[in-house]
Design a protein around this ligand. Sequence first.
Ligand code: GRF
Length: 217
Amino acid sequence: MPGDTCDVVVLLSGSGSNLQALIDSSAAPGSKVRVRAVIANRADAYGLQRAEAAGIATAVLDHKGFDGRDAFDAALMALIDGFAPQLVVLAGFMRILSGGFVRHYQGRLLNIHPSLLPLYKGLHTHQRALDAGDAEHGCSVHFVTEELDGGPLVVQAVIAVEPDDTAQSLAQRVHRQEHQIYPLAVRWFAEGRLRLGEEGALLDGQPLPASGHLIRP
Ligand code: GRF
């Protein structure tokens, strides 16, 4: 990809603040990232409006209109592949994807999760970190594999949990970090620096640590 543009399709279900961060960073001089299209499974996802405001193609594919996960995922793959992206980015896409979907995009499918994976896969991550009395919390970007929230880590941002934190205050601070690390990971991929090797994620040809690249803002 070095030299060329990296076309990215973003999948989302909600607000799309991570999409916004990607759009904003792709406007930087010299960026190779082009958000080619945004696809939502809900017509009311605010992220669609963000995409339209930026002049990006949008599509809605409502899972409720399909008979089962495999049928929906097959239609979703066809829709995505129509945009011929080099990279597919999950940005708050609230669907579990089938093995066939994940294998189809092997090595070019990224997700962001609001916890320090492998801690707190699934939902309610901020409350779970508080309940566990964790001193640190954060967010993770990873390649997607068939294990839910389980693929090789690319980058994590670590923040301190303060004594008066609530799930809401933590969510806000974590979100701010998501907006830093997701554009960073996508930029690395677009520049040809990040790829998925046999044993895990590689940055500049070197294996990343199991935690991914760690950022402590
Ligand atoms: C983020 O918390 C992300 O980690 C999770 O979904 C949320 C999406 O937020 N996967 P937004 O729609 O990008 O604001």
